[in-house]
Write a protein that binds this ligand. Structure first.
Ligand code: TNX
Length: 543
Protein backbone atom coordinates (compact mmCIF):
# COMPACT_ATOMS: atom_id res chain seq x y z
CA UNK A 1 0.00 0.00 0.00
CA UNK A 2 1.26 3.47 -0.82
CA UNK A 3 0.87 4.99 2.61
CA UNK A 4 2.16 8.37 1.50
CA UNK A 5 -0.78 8.72 -0.77
CA UNK A 6 -3.41 11.21 0.10
CA UNK A 7 -6.45 9.55 1.51
CA UNK A 8 -9.64 9.90 -0.38
CA UNK A 9 -12.63 8.30 1.01
CA UNK A 10 -15.85 6.88 -0.16
CA UNK A 11 -18.29 5.31 2.15
CA UNK A 12 -20.99 2.90 1.32
CA UNK A 13 -24.46 2.78 2.53
CA UNK A 14 -25.69 -0.40 3.97
CA UNK A 15 -25.77 -3.37 1.69
CA UNK A 16 -28.81 -5.00 3.10
CA UNK A 17 -30.49 -7.86 1.38
CA UNK A 18 -33.14 -10.15 2.67
CA UNK A 19 -31.89 -13.33 4.29
CA UNK A 20 -32.90 -15.73 1.59
CA UNK A 21 -29.54 -16.83 0.39
CA UNK A 22 -28.96 -18.79 -2.75
CA UNK A 23 -25.26 -17.90 -2.52
CA UNK A 24 -22.33 -19.53 -4.25
CA UNK A 25 -22.58 -22.48 -6.59
CA UNK A 26 -21.16 -25.61 -4.97
CA UNK A 27 -18.84 -25.45 -2.02
CA UNK A 28 -15.53 -24.27 -3.53
CA UNK A 29 -14.54 -20.99 -5.07
CA UNK A 30 -16.18 -19.99 -8.31
CA UNK A 31 -14.01 -20.45 -11.38
CA UNK A 32 -12.29 -17.30 -12.55
CA UNK A 33 -11.64 -16.39 -16.19
CA UNK A 34 -9.02 -15.50 -17.28
CA UNK A 35 -7.14 -17.78 -14.92
CA UNK A 36 -5.30 -15.70 -12.28
CA UNK A 37 -1.65 -16.20 -11.36
CA UNK A 38 -2.48 -17.65 -7.96
CA UNK A 39 -5.67 -18.25 -6.01
CA UNK A 40 -5.47 -19.29 -2.36
CA UNK A 41 -8.74 -20.04 -0.64
CA UNK A 42 -8.99 -18.83 2.96
CA UNK A 43 -11.43 -19.67 5.71
CA UNK A 44 -14.77 -17.95 5.93
CA UNK A 45 -16.54 -15.38 3.83
CA UNK A 46 -17.06 -11.66 3.59
CA UNK A 47 -20.72 -10.86 3.95
CA UNK A 48 -22.19 -7.84 2.21
CA UNK A 49 -24.64 -6.98 4.90
CA UNK A 50 -25.19 -3.73 6.74
CA UNK A 51 -22.70 -0.88 6.34
CA UNK A 52 -19.99 -1.25 3.70
CA UNK A 53 -17.69 1.69 3.19
CA UNK A 54 -14.87 2.14 0.73
CA UNK A 55 -11.59 3.83 1.49
CA UNK A 56 -9.28 4.84 -1.35
CA UNK A 57 -5.72 5.16 -0.16
CA UNK A 58 -4.36 6.84 -3.29
CA UNK A 59 -5.24 9.86 -5.37
CA UNK A 60 -3.37 8.54 -8.41
CA UNK A 61 -5.03 9.38 -11.70
CA UNK A 62 -7.45 6.64 -12.63
CA UNK A 63 -8.13 5.39 -9.09
CA UNK A 64 -11.56 6.97 -9.29
CA UNK A 65 -12.35 4.90 -12.41
CA UNK A 66 -11.50 1.70 -10.57
CA UNK A 67 -13.54 2.91 -7.58
CA UNK A 68 -16.46 3.79 -9.90
CA UNK A 69 -16.33 0.29 -11.30
CA UNK A 70 -16.47 -1.15 -7.80
CA UNK A 71 -19.39 1.11 -6.93
CA UNK A 72 -21.18 -0.07 -10.08
CA UNK A 73 -20.60 -3.68 -9.09
CA UNK A 74 -21.85 -3.12 -5.57
CA UNK A 75 -24.82 -1.07 -6.66
CA UNK A 76 -25.67 -3.80 -9.14
CA UNK A 77 -26.04 -6.17 -6.22
CA UNK A 78 -29.42 -5.79 -4.59
CA UNK A 79 -29.49 -2.14 -5.73
CA UNK A 80 -27.11 -0.78 -3.12
CA UNK A 81 -26.17 2.90 -3.46
CA UNK A 82 -22.60 3.61 -2.39
CA UNK A 83 -21.59 6.89 -0.73
CA UNK A 84 -18.29 8.39 0.52
CA UNK A 85 -16.70 7.83 3.95
CA UNK A 86 -13.25 8.53 5.44
CA UNK A 87 -12.39 5.54 7.54
CA UNK A 88 -9.04 3.86 6.72
CA UNK A 89 -10.37 0.84 8.57
CA UNK A 90 -13.26 0.60 6.12
CA UNK A 91 -14.53 -2.75 5.03
CA UNK A 92 -13.33 -2.18 1.45
CA UNK A 93 -9.90 -0.63 0.91
CA UNK A 94 -8.36 0.25 -2.45
CA UNK A 95 -4.71 1.18 -2.76
CA UNK A 96 -1.51 0.95 -4.77
CA UNK A 97 1.85 -0.67 -4.17
CA UNK A 98 5.18 -0.12 -5.90
CA UNK A 99 5.94 -3.77 -5.37
CA UNK A 100 3.33 -4.86 -7.88
CA UNK A 101 3.86 -4.58 -11.63
CA UNK A 102 1.87 -2.86 -14.35
CA UNK A 103 -1.80 -3.88 -14.38
CA UNK A 104 -1.16 -6.37 -11.56
CA UNK A 105 -3.16 -6.72 -8.39
CA UNK A 106 -3.53 -8.43 -5.06
CA UNK A 107 -7.09 -9.13 -4.02
CA UNK A 108 -7.29 -10.10 -0.38
CA UNK A 109 -10.72 -10.99 0.93
CA UNK A 110 -11.13 -11.93 4.57
CA UNK A 111 -14.29 -12.17 6.68
CA UNK A 112 -13.86 -8.60 7.94
CA UNK A 113 -12.68 -6.72 4.85
CA UNK A 114 -11.85 -6.64 1.16
CA UNK A 115 -8.44 -5.23 0.39
CA UNK A 116 -7.47 -4.47 -3.19
CA UNK A 117 -3.93 -3.42 -4.01
CA UNK A 118 -2.88 -2.62 -7.54
CA UNK A 119 0.48 -2.04 -9.19
CA UNK A 120 -1.41 0.86 -10.78
CA UNK A 121 -5.06 1.92 -11.06
CA UNK A 122 -5.53 -0.50 -13.97
CA UNK A 123 -4.53 -3.31 -11.63
CA UNK A 124 -7.17 -2.20 -9.14
CA UNK A 125 -9.70 -2.14 -11.98
CA UNK A 126 -8.80 -5.71 -12.96
CA UNK A 127 -9.14 -6.81 -9.33
CA UNK A 128 -12.69 -5.46 -9.45
CA UNK A 129 -13.32 -7.54 -12.59
CA UNK A 130 -12.18 -10.59 -10.67
CA UNK A 131 -14.29 -9.61 -7.68
CA UNK A 132 -17.32 -9.54 -10.00
CA UNK A 133 -16.78 -13.24 -10.54
CA UNK A 134 -16.56 -14.00 -6.83
CA UNK A 135 -19.95 -12.49 -6.16
CA UNK A 136 -22.66 -15.09 -6.70
CA UNK A 137 -24.17 -14.49 -10.13
CA UNK A 138 -27.68 -14.53 -8.66
CA UNK A 139 -26.82 -11.39 -6.73
CA UNK A 140 -26.84 -9.40 -9.97
CA UNK A 141 -30.42 -10.20 -10.72
CA UNK A 142 -31.58 -9.52 -7.18
CA UNK A 143 -32.21 -13.18 -6.47
CA UNK A 144 -29.47 -13.68 -3.92
CA UNK A 145 -30.44 -12.77 -0.41
CA UNK A 146 -27.52 -12.40 1.95
CA UNK A 147 -24.60 -11.89 -0.43
CA UNK A 148 -21.36 -13.50 0.61
CA UNK A 149 -17.97 -13.51 -1.04
CA UNK A 150 -15.55 -16.32 -0.20
CA UNK A 151 -12.34 -15.42 1.64
CA UNK A 152 -9.45 -15.71 -0.79
CA UNK A 153 -6.10 -14.24 -1.72
CA UNK A 154 -5.56 -13.71 -5.44
CA UNK A 155 -2.30 -12.54 -6.92
CA UNK A 156 -2.55 -11.75 -10.58
CA UNK A 157 -0.81 -10.04 -13.47
CA UNK A 158 -1.20 -10.03 -17.25
CA UNK A 159 0.94 -12.07 -19.58
CA UNK A 160 0.63 -9.64 -22.48
CA UNK A 161 0.21 -5.88 -22.54
CA UNK A 162 -1.78 -5.78 -25.79
CA UNK A 163 -5.02 -7.69 -25.36
CA UNK A 164 -7.08 -6.63 -28.33
CA UNK A 165 -10.50 -7.07 -29.81
CA UNK A 166 -11.44 -5.66 -33.22
CA UNK A 167 -14.96 -4.63 -34.16
CA UNK A 168 -15.76 -4.01 -37.81
CA UNK A 169 -18.31 -1.20 -37.68
CA UNK A 170 -18.00 -0.57 -41.44
CA UNK A 171 -19.74 -3.63 -42.88
CA UNK A 172 -22.48 -3.23 -40.31
CA UNK A 173 -22.95 -0.22 -38.11
CA UNK A 174 -23.28 -0.57 -34.34
CA UNK A 175 -24.72 2.22 -32.25
CA UNK A 176 -22.82 4.18 -29.65
CA UNK A 177 -24.56 2.26 -26.87
CA UNK A 178 -23.74 -1.05 -28.52
CA UNK A 179 -20.10 -0.05 -28.76
CA UNK A 180 -20.19 0.78 -25.06
CA UNK A 181 -21.61 -2.64 -24.31
CA UNK A 182 -18.80 -4.12 -26.41
CA UNK A 183 -16.33 -2.23 -24.22
CA UNK A 184 -18.04 -3.51 -21.06
CA UNK A 185 -17.68 -7.05 -22.35
CA UNK A 186 -14.03 -6.42 -23.13
CA UNK A 187 -13.41 -5.02 -19.64
CA UNK A 188 -15.02 -8.04 -18.00
CA UNK A 189 -12.49 -10.17 -19.90
CA UNK A 190 -9.59 -7.85 -18.94
CA UNK A 191 -9.02 -6.98 -22.60
CA UNK A 192 -7.46 -3.56 -23.05
CA UNK A 193 -7.24 -2.56 -26.72
CA UNK A 194 -10.32 -1.81 -28.80
CA UNK A 195 -9.40 -1.83 -32.49
CA UNK A 196 -12.21 0.00 -34.22
CA UNK A 197 -12.48 -0.75 -37.95
CA UNK A 198 -14.19 2.41 -39.18
CA UNK A 199 -13.83 2.50 -42.94
CA UNK A 200 -14.26 -0.05 -45.69
CA UNK A 201 -15.77 -0.59 -49.14
CA UNK A 202 -19.24 -0.93 -47.68
CA UNK A 203 -19.28 2.09 -45.37
CA UNK A 204 -17.36 5.06 -43.98
CA UNK A 205 -18.40 5.55 -40.35
CA UNK A 206 -16.34 8.40 -38.91
CA UNK A 207 -17.31 12.04 -39.29
CA UNK A 208 -14.54 14.13 -40.86
CA UNK A 209 -15.27 17.87 -40.93
CA UNK A 210 -13.05 18.68 -43.90
CA UNK A 211 -14.71 16.01 -46.08
CA UNK A 212 -18.41 15.95 -45.16
CA UNK A 213 -19.36 13.62 -48.02
CA UNK A 214 -17.46 10.78 -46.37
CA UNK A 215 -20.42 10.32 -44.09
CA UNK A 216 -22.91 12.20 -46.29
CA UNK A 217 -22.44 9.67 -49.10
CA UNK A 218 -20.02 7.10 -47.72
CA UNK A 219 -22.02 5.99 -44.69
CA UNK A 220 -25.06 4.95 -46.72
CA UNK A 221 -25.21 1.61 -48.54
CA UNK A 222 -28.25 1.50 -50.79
CA UNK A 223 -28.82 -2.21 -50.30
CA UNK A 224 -26.96 -5.33 -49.24
CA UNK A 225 -26.45 -8.70 -50.86
CA UNK A 226 -28.57 -11.42 -49.29
CA UNK A 227 -26.91 -14.69 -48.30
CA UNK A 228 -23.41 -15.84 -49.00
CA UNK A 229 -21.39 -13.64 -51.34
CA UNK A 230 -20.46 -15.71 -54.43
CA UNK A 231 -17.03 -14.04 -54.57
CA UNK A 232 -17.20 -11.65 -57.48
CA UNK A 233 -19.71 -13.70 -59.48
CA UNK A 234 -22.59 -11.24 -59.44
CA UNK A 235 -25.29 -11.19 -62.08
CA UNK A 236 -29.03 -10.63 -62.47
CA UNK A 237 -29.72 -13.57 -60.14
CA UNK A 238 -27.87 -11.91 -57.25
CA UNK A 239 -30.41 -11.04 -54.58
CA UNK A 240 -30.25 -7.82 -52.55
CA UNK A 241 -32.36 -6.82 -49.57
CA UNK A 242 -33.23 -3.42 -51.14
CA UNK A 243 -32.89 -1.90 -47.67
CA UNK A 244 -30.48 0.98 -47.11
CA UNK A 245 -27.94 0.41 -44.36
CA UNK A 246 -26.40 3.49 -42.81
CA UNK A 247 -24.89 5.00 -39.71
CA UNK A 248 -21.82 6.88 -38.59
CA UNK A 249 -20.20 8.20 -35.43
CA UNK A 250 -20.19 11.93 -34.89
CA UNK A 251 -17.13 13.49 -33.33
CA UNK A 252 -19.04 13.80 -30.07
CA UNK A 253 -19.94 10.09 -30.21
CA UNK A 254 -16.30 9.24 -30.70
CA UNK A 255 -15.10 11.45 -27.85
CA UNK A 256 -17.70 9.85 -25.61
CA UNK A 257 -16.64 6.33 -26.58
CA UNK A 258 -12.92 7.07 -26.22
CA UNK A 259 -13.61 8.45 -22.73
CA UNK A 260 -15.85 5.51 -21.84
CA UNK A 261 -13.03 3.18 -22.88
CA UNK A 262 -10.39 5.18 -21.01
CA UNK A 263 -12.36 4.79 -17.78
CA UNK A 264 -12.15 1.05 -18.34
CA UNK A 265 -8.42 1.14 -19.07
CA UNK A 266 -9.06 0.37 -22.72
CA UNK A 267 -7.15 2.14 -25.49
CA UNK A 268 -9.08 2.74 -28.69
CA UNK A 269 -7.08 2.27 -31.89
CA UNK A 270 -8.97 3.57 -34.92
CA UNK A 271 -8.44 2.00 -38.31
CA UNK A 272 -8.67 4.05 -41.49
CA UNK A 273 -8.02 1.77 -44.44
CA UNK A 274 -5.32 2.63 -47.00
CA UNK A 275 -4.89 1.96 -49.89
CA UNK A 276 -7.51 -0.81 -50.35
CA UNK A 277 -11.02 -1.26 -48.97
CA UNK A 278 -11.66 2.23 -50.28
CA UNK A 279 -14.93 2.16 -52.24
CA UNK A 280 -17.06 4.11 -49.70
CA UNK A 281 -14.46 6.91 -49.75
CA UNK A 282 -14.22 6.82 -53.56
CA UNK A 283 -18.03 6.98 -53.81
CA UNK A 284 -17.86 10.15 -51.68
CA UNK A 285 -14.97 11.78 -53.56
CA UNK A 286 -14.35 10.14 -56.97
CA UNK A 287 -11.02 12.01 -57.43
CA UNK A 288 -9.55 9.73 -54.78
CA UNK A 289 -9.57 6.86 -57.28
CA UNK A 290 -7.34 6.36 -60.31
CA UNK A 291 -10.04 6.99 -62.93
CA UNK A 292 -12.23 9.56 -61.19
CA UNK A 293 -15.29 7.45 -61.95
CA UNK A 294 -18.37 7.79 -59.74
CA UNK A 295 -18.98 4.61 -57.76
CA UNK A 296 -21.65 3.55 -55.32
CA UNK A 297 -20.92 2.40 -51.79
CA UNK A 298 -20.32 -1.30 -52.25
CA UNK A 299 -23.28 -3.64 -51.73
CA UNK A 300 -21.45 -6.97 -51.81
CA UNK A 301 -18.54 -8.31 -49.76
CA UNK A 302 -15.27 -9.76 -51.08
CA UNK A 303 -12.14 -7.90 -52.20
CA UNK A 304 -12.56 -4.87 -54.47
CA UNK A 305 -10.20 -3.64 -57.20
CA UNK A 306 -11.21 -0.01 -56.74
CA UNK A 307 -8.57 1.43 -54.43
CA UNK A 308 -7.01 4.81 -53.61
CA UNK A 309 -4.77 6.31 -56.30
CA UNK A 310 -1.21 6.59 -55.05
CA UNK A 311 -0.03 8.65 -58.02
CA UNK A 312 -2.01 11.80 -57.29
CA UNK A 313 -0.84 14.21 -54.61
CA UNK A 314 -4.46 14.97 -53.79
CA UNK A 315 -4.78 11.50 -52.21
CA UNK A 316 -2.05 12.37 -49.72
CA UNK A 317 -3.55 15.78 -48.97
CA UNK A 318 -6.80 13.94 -48.25
CA UNK A 319 -5.15 11.43 -45.93
CA UNK A 320 -3.20 14.09 -44.08
CA UNK A 321 -6.38 16.08 -43.48
CA UNK A 322 -8.30 12.97 -42.41
CA UNK A 323 -5.53 11.68 -40.17
CA UNK A 324 -5.11 15.11 -38.58
CA UNK A 325 -8.75 14.95 -37.50
CA UNK A 326 -8.42 11.30 -36.48
CA UNK A 327 -5.42 12.02 -34.26
CA UNK A 328 -7.28 14.94 -32.69
CA UNK A 329 -10.00 12.50 -31.66
CA UNK A 330 -7.98 9.46 -30.65
CA UNK A 331 -5.12 9.83 -28.17
CA UNK A 332 -3.74 6.32 -28.87
CA UNK A 333 -0.06 6.01 -29.68
CA UNK A 334 -0.94 3.71 -32.57
CA UNK A 335 -3.14 4.46 -35.55
CA UNK A 336 -4.12 1.54 -37.78
CA UNK A 337 -3.75 2.32 -41.47
CA UNK A 338 -5.10 -0.96 -42.84
CA UNK A 339 -2.91 -2.13 -45.71
CA UNK A 340 -4.63 -5.44 -46.39
CA UNK A 341 -5.97 -6.96 -49.58
CA UNK A 342 -5.11 -4.24 -52.06
CA UNK A 343 -5.24 -5.35 -55.71
CA UNK A 344 -3.03 -3.38 -58.12
CA UNK A 345 -5.35 -3.67 -61.13
CA UNK A 346 -6.33 0.02 -61.13
CA UNK A 347 -2.75 1.20 -60.54
CA UNK A 348 -1.47 -0.82 -63.50
CA UNK A 349 -3.60 1.22 -65.90
CA UNK A 350 -3.19 4.53 -64.09
CA UNK A 351 -0.87 7.17 -65.62
CA UNK A 352 -0.51 8.92 -62.24
CA UNK A 353 0.53 5.75 -60.46
CA UNK A 354 2.94 4.78 -63.22
CA UNK A 355 4.48 8.24 -63.21
CA UNK A 356 4.92 8.00 -59.45
CA UNK A 357 6.67 4.65 -59.86
CA UNK A 358 9.08 6.09 -62.39
CA UNK A 359 9.82 9.17 -60.35
CA UNK A 360 10.36 7.23 -57.16
CA UNK A 361 12.17 4.33 -58.87
CA UNK A 362 9.69 1.79 -57.59
CA UNK A 363 9.92 -1.66 -59.18
CA UNK A 364 6.62 -3.18 -58.17
CA UNK A 365 3.08 -2.27 -57.19
CA UNK A 366 3.76 -3.56 -53.69
CA UNK A 367 6.57 -1.00 -53.55
CA UNK A 368 4.08 1.62 -54.66
CA UNK A 369 1.89 0.65 -51.71
CA UNK A 370 4.92 0.75 -49.41
CA UNK A 371 5.72 4.26 -50.69
CA UNK A 372 2.20 5.40 -49.76
CA UNK A 373 2.29 3.69 -46.38
CA UNK A 374 5.62 5.32 -45.63
CA UNK A 375 4.22 8.76 -46.40
CA UNK A 376 1.28 8.23 -44.06
CA UNK A 377 3.66 6.95 -41.43
CA UNK A 378 5.86 10.06 -41.76
CA UNK A 379 2.83 12.28 -41.34
CA UNK A 380 1.61 10.38 -38.30
CA UNK A 381 5.11 10.44 -36.86
CA UNK A 382 5.07 14.23 -37.11
CA UNK A 383 2.03 14.09 -34.84
CA UNK A 384 3.78 11.76 -32.41
CA UNK A 385 2.05 8.60 -33.54
CA UNK A 386 3.08 5.21 -34.88
CA UNK A 387 1.37 3.01 -37.42
CA UNK A 388 -0.06 -0.47 -37.19
CA UNK A 389 -0.89 -2.28 -40.41
CA UNK A 390 -2.11 -5.70 -41.53
CA UNK A 391 0.76 -8.00 -42.46
CA UNK A 392 0.65 -7.04 -46.17
CA UNK A 393 2.56 -3.90 -45.19
CA UNK A 394 5.59 -6.15 -44.77
CA UNK A 395 5.68 -7.18 -48.39
CA UNK A 396 7.84 -4.41 -49.78
CA UNK A 397 9.68 -3.47 -46.62
CA UNK A 398 8.57 -1.37 -43.66
CA UNK A 399 10.15 1.08 -41.30
CA UNK A 400 11.44 -0.21 -37.95
CA UNK A 401 8.76 1.62 -36.00
CA UNK A 402 5.74 0.11 -37.78
CA UNK A 403 3.75 -2.54 -35.93
CA UNK A 404 2.57 -5.56 -37.90
CA UNK A 405 -0.78 -7.19 -37.26
CA UNK A 406 -0.32 -10.74 -38.43
CA UNK A 407 -3.58 -12.14 -39.79
CA UNK A 408 -2.61 -14.51 -42.63
CA UNK A 409 -1.24 -16.98 -40.12
CA UNK A 410 1.55 -16.00 -37.77
CA UNK A 411 4.30 -16.15 -40.42
CA UNK A 412 4.15 -12.41 -41.09
CA UNK A 413 4.36 -11.74 -37.39
CA UNK A 414 7.29 -14.10 -36.97
CA UNK A 415 9.14 -12.50 -39.86
CA UNK A 416 8.47 -9.03 -38.48
CA UNK A 417 9.51 -9.98 -34.94
CA UNK A 418 12.72 -11.51 -36.23
CA UNK A 419 13.56 -8.26 -37.95
CA UNK A 420 12.83 -6.28 -34.79
CA UNK A 421 9.35 -4.92 -35.50
CA UNK A 422 6.67 -5.16 -32.86
CA UNK A 423 3.76 -7.43 -33.77
CA UNK A 424 0.24 -8.30 -32.72
CA UNK A 425 -0.71 -11.89 -33.42
CA UNK A 426 -4.17 -12.17 -34.88
CA UNK A 427 -4.15 -15.17 -37.25
CA UNK A 428 -7.31 -16.37 -38.98
CA UNK A 429 -6.83 -19.88 -37.57
CA UNK A 430 -7.23 -18.74 -33.95
CA UNK A 431 -8.58 -15.21 -33.90
CA UNK A 432 -11.31 -14.89 -36.54
CA UNK A 433 -14.51 -14.81 -34.59
CA UNK A 434 -16.57 -14.37 -37.78
CA UNK A 435 -15.88 -18.07 -38.46
CA UNK A 436 -18.33 -20.76 -37.40
CA UNK A 437 -17.90 -22.08 -33.89
CA UNK A 438 -19.43 -25.45 -34.72
CA UNK A 439 -19.31 -28.00 -37.53
CA UNK A 440 -23.10 -28.30 -37.43
CA UNK A 441 -23.79 -25.10 -39.26
CA UNK A 442 -27.39 -25.81 -40.40
CA UNK A 443 -28.92 -24.11 -37.39
CA UNK A 444 -26.30 -21.42 -37.08
CA UNK A 445 -26.63 -17.87 -38.33
CA UNK A 446 -24.86 -17.48 -41.69
CA UNK A 447 -21.17 -16.80 -41.10
CA UNK A 448 -18.13 -15.99 -43.21
CA UNK A 449 -17.20 -19.67 -43.24
CA UNK A 450 -14.26 -21.40 -41.62
CA UNK A 451 -14.34 -23.30 -38.36
CA UNK A 452 -12.98 -21.88 -35.15
CA UNK A 453 -14.19 -23.82 -32.13
CA UNK A 454 -13.64 -22.68 -28.57
CA UNK A 455 -10.94 -25.25 -27.91
CA UNK A 456 -8.92 -24.09 -30.90
CA UNK A 457 -8.96 -20.50 -29.63
CA UNK A 458 -7.86 -21.78 -26.25
CA UNK A 459 -4.95 -23.69 -27.77
CA UNK A 460 -3.47 -20.58 -29.42
CA UNK A 461 0.21 -20.13 -28.63
CA UNK A 462 1.17 -16.69 -29.95
CA UNK A 463 4.87 -17.38 -29.31
CA UNK A 464 5.05 -20.55 -31.38
CA UNK A 465 7.95 -20.43 -33.82
CA UNK A 466 9.74 -17.63 -31.97
CA UNK A 467 12.86 -17.97 -29.87
CA UNK A 468 13.33 -16.20 -26.55
CA UNK A 469 14.92 -13.10 -28.09
CA UNK A 470 12.11 -12.55 -30.57
CA UNK A 471 9.26 -13.11 -28.14
CA UNK A 472 9.66 -9.67 -26.67
CA UNK A 473 8.48 -8.21 -29.98
CA UNK A 474 5.07 -9.82 -29.61
CA UNK A 475 2.99 -7.07 -28.04
CA UNK A 476 0.01 -9.33 -27.72
CA UNK A 477 -2.95 -10.94 -29.40
CA UNK A 478 -6.23 -9.83 -30.88
CA UNK A 479 -9.61 -11.37 -31.67
CA UNK A 480 -11.25 -9.99 -34.81
CA UNK A 481 -14.95 -9.58 -35.38
CA UNK A 482 -15.55 -8.90 -39.06
CA UNK A 483 -19.21 -8.19 -39.61
CA UNK A 484 -20.16 -8.93 -43.21
CA UNK A 485 -22.51 -11.60 -41.87
CA UNK A 486 -23.18 -10.03 -38.49
CA UNK A 487 -26.09 -7.66 -39.04
CA UNK A 488 -26.90 -6.82 -35.42
CA UNK A 489 -25.31 -6.58 -32.02
CA UNK A 490 -26.99 -9.64 -30.59
CA UNK A 491 -25.26 -11.72 -33.22
CA UNK A 492 -22.00 -9.90 -32.55
CA UNK A 493 -22.25 -11.02 -28.91
CA UNK A 494 -23.12 -14.54 -30.06
CA UNK A 495 -19.98 -14.76 -32.20
CA UNK A 496 -17.83 -13.15 -29.52
CA UNK A 497 -18.93 -15.20 -26.53
CA UNK A 498 -17.72 -17.47 -25.17
CA UNK A 499 -14.73 -17.48 -27.53
CA UNK A 500 -13.52 -14.21 -26.05
CA UNK A 501 -13.20 -15.99 -22.70
CA UNK A 502 -10.71 -18.38 -24.31
CA UNK A 503 -8.83 -15.54 -25.99
CA UNK A 504 -8.71 -13.59 -22.74
CA UNK A 505 -6.92 -16.50 -21.16
CA UNK A 506 -4.42 -16.66 -24.05
CA UNK A 507 -3.75 -12.95 -23.58
CA UNK A 508 -3.83 -12.65 -19.80
CA UNK A 509 -2.92 -15.90 -18.08
CA UNK A 510 0.67 -16.94 -17.55
CA UNK A 511 -0.34 -19.88 -15.39
CA UNK A 512 -1.45 -22.44 -17.89
CA UNK A 513 -4.91 -23.81 -17.42
CA UNK A 514 -5.72 -26.97 -19.27
CA UNK A 515 -8.83 -27.01 -21.44
CA UNK A 516 -11.05 -29.13 -19.12
CA UNK A 517 -10.09 -26.83 -16.25
CA UNK A 518 -10.99 -23.80 -18.38
CA UNK A 519 -14.34 -25.36 -19.27
CA UNK A 520 -15.13 -25.95 -15.60
CA UNK A 521 -14.34 -22.32 -14.76
CA UNK A 522 -16.18 -21.13 -17.84
CA UNK A 523 -19.36 -22.77 -16.55
CA UNK A 524 -19.31 -20.30 -13.65
CA UNK A 525 -18.39 -17.39 -15.93
CA UNK A 526 -21.39 -18.17 -18.15
CA UNK A 527 -23.61 -17.53 -15.13
CA UNK A 528 -22.26 -14.02 -15.16
CA UNK A 529 -23.00 -13.65 -18.89
CA UNK A 530 -26.55 -14.71 -18.10
CA UNK A 531 -26.84 -12.27 -15.22
CA UNK A 532 -25.56 -9.40 -17.36
CA UNK A 533 -27.83 -10.37 -20.23
CA UNK A 534 -25.04 -11.15 -22.68
CA UNK A 535 -25.92 -13.39 -25.59
CA UNK A 536 -23.51 -16.28 -26.05
CA UNK A 537 -23.28 -19.37 -28.19
CA UNK A 538 -24.49 -22.57 -26.55
CA UNK A 539 -23.47 -24.52 -29.65
CA UNK A 540 -19.86 -23.53 -29.07
CA UNK A 541 -20.05 -25.38 -25.77
CA UNK A 542 -21.21 -28.60 -27.38
CA UNK A 543 -18.31 -28.98 -29.83
C1 TNX B 1 -10.13 -10.55 -44.50
S1 TNX B 1 -8.35 -9.72 -42.20
C2 TNX B 1 -10.19 -9.18 -44.32
C3 TNX B 1 -11.48 -8.53 -44.04
C4 TNX B 1 -12.62 -9.51 -44.09
C5 TNX B 1 -12.20 -10.79 -43.41
C6 TNX B 1 -13.29 -11.82 -43.30
C7 TNX B 1 -8.22 -8.57 -43.15
C8 TNX B 1 -7.12 -7.70 -42.83
N1 TNX B 1 -9.06 -8.40 -44.19
O1 TNX B 1 -11.68 -7.45 -44.91
O2 TNX B 1 -13.70 -8.94 -43.46
O3 TNX B 1 -11.12 -11.36 -44.12
O4 TNX B 1 -12.91 -12.88 -42.46
Amino acid sequence: MNTAAIAKVISGTAIVCALMCSCMKGSGLPGIVPLPGSVVAEKGEFVLLGESDIYIASDAEGMEYAADELKTVLSGICGVAVLESDDPGASVVLGLSDELGESSYLLDISPDRIKITGGDPAGVFYAVQTLKQLVPAQAYNGKAGRVSIPAVVINDSPKMMYRGVMLDAARHFFTKDEVKKFLDIMALHKMNVFHWHLTDDQGWRIEIDSYPELVGTGSVRKRTIVGKDPGGEYDETTVYDETPHSGYYTKDDIREIVEYARRRFITVIPEVEFPGHAVAALASYPWLGCTGEQYEVRQTWDIDDRVFCIGKESTFRFFEDVLAEVTDLFPSEYIHIGGDECPSKMWEKCPHCNRRMEQEHLDSYRQLQAYGTFRLEKFLESRGRRIIGWDEILEAGISPSAVVMSWRGTEGGIKAAKSGNYVVMSPTGYSYFDYYQTRNTENEPLAWGGYLPLEKVYSFDPYEGLDADDKKFVLGVQANLWTEYIPDFRQAEYMLLPRLAAMSEVAWSSASGNYPDFRARLADFLELYRSFGYTFSETALRE
